[in-house]
Design a protein around this ligand. Sequence first.
Ligand code: G6P
Length: 607
Amino acid sequence: MCGIMGYIGPKDAAEIVIGGLECLEYRGYDSAGIALAEGHKIGISKCVGSVANLKTQLEKCSLSGKMGIGHTRWATHGGVTRENAHPHVDPDGKVVLIHNGIIENFHELGEEFAKKGVRFVSETDTEIAALLISSLYRDDPLLAIREACGRLRGAFAFVILFADIADRYYCVRKGPPLVLGAAGGEAFCASDVTALLPYTNNVLFMEDEEIAELSAEGIVLYGFDGLRKEACPHLVDWDASMTSKGTYPHFMLKEIEEQGSVLRRTLTGRLENGVIGLEAEFPFSEDARLFRRIHFVACGTSCHASAVAGRLADRYTGLDVRVETASEYRYGNVICDKHTLAVFVSQSGETADTLAAASLAQARGARCLAVTNVVSSSLGREVGSVLELRAGPEIGVAATKTFMGQLAALTLLTLWISKRKGLLAPQEEKRLCAELARLPAKVEDILARGEDVRKIAERYKGLPAFLFIGREASYPVAMEGALKLKEISYVHAEAHAAGEMKHGPIALLNERMPVVAVVPKDGIYKKMLSNIQESRARRAPIITVASRGDEDIRRFSNDSLFVPETEEEFTPFLTVVPLQLFAYHLASILGREIDRPRNLAKSVTVE
Ligand code: G6P
């Protein structure tokens, strides 16, 4: 949450910082701001709204500099106003600071300063950090930052300019991520590696409780104890072209359309000649027979992928399966010990609740695995053992291709555990592997008919609410379909296990509330038909997501979205695609800001 970009070097800092912020806008877009240093003169420009507004504002003024820091905000403390936009400055103008995170003791600290007569300009928790550092600063910036960090509680990533220091800026990390890069007399920082890719892919992921000094000479790292630390850069195998929209109108559509290739990449090398092989990536293969429990822990879309995997694990692993949202898991009294395999699923690897849940499980002795798209993310580094999604950078706030990558990675993992426990017969493995290998082409087949989905979305554009239903593995798919719809179209959508309809949700139905039923040909198909009939009897329009060739379903549906047939274990890989497209097209018809839905951020680094 919140995007940060910083630069020092021979070039115009404004252009680089604004370019970085545009790339990071998926992290927040309530307001934006920039500070540019020209010698000892620091100029600030900030505004409500997107980075585009900031860019226009900057073009009209004469700010420039070779060192600059910028911020795109997702509001936590304080409304969306210009005053609350970052950067923040202390009253003496000595310290200019931007922040991602939450400072929990800002009230207490604020009262201390208020007693001394300080008047605050903003309602944010950030202003206090600028004040505190300034009050502690004599002539040693590192010391002032260290002392301030000792007094601040909560989570923070700061980027700081000192008005009397023209050749360096500082970064601090305790919680939210910061990535650094230096090359050819330039030094950059950003909240996410994607913003650095146009300049370097040799990057340094700051660890917790580190301070970095960035100058034309490069990067010097310190711990909160003031001691120098060795910098260990990572080479990231993404490039800048992967973060471009190309000819697509939105990142979301581009990413939906990439799903066939994402699936191929995720399966490559892990599925050969009808055999699943995860030896290299799953360090607990030898312990598999000792596992008693498997926990899948995640947030948002990642949790829906986990719920699909949970059903597969029920069927194939013989383990006690638990699927939980990270924000609940971390506060529950969960049995989680050395007989537990705890799988943390996160596209970004930076979600605060997922990270906290992983620390808890590690402390309790569970065998922990991260399933993430960003191997060098905080989660990847915290957990150590990583199963990579290989989906490439995902920019659209609504996750799509990473859901597909998660389904693939978690399916492989689940079947691998089953195999290691001696529960997966070779014939069965062969059958499942053969079908897994066919899935990318089937996904592409659905995508090729994407325009049909648009026509259907057109027919439902005026309706205020949708109800999604499914059973077994199709229930989390229904949840994902409803989430996609509400996230980007702002149309009310809720999902229920189809069997629960008559225990309450059915009361909502009328001719203005369509039911979207995920009803592939599987073992529970007949039961789903009954639920669809019950909904029709209440005059709800019915949209079905069904298996191609299922002509019967047309009799019960106002509209049908068909997907190719597959093994019943794998229907979610296919049924989710028309739902992503439905959400996309409805949002596009309604004229929504698809890649930047209101109030949301892609990476949720606060709890
Ligand atoms: C945010 C995003 C969602 C995402 C969730 C979990 O809410 O808007 O799209 O599913 O975070 O993110 P993660 O990176 O942990 O998968």
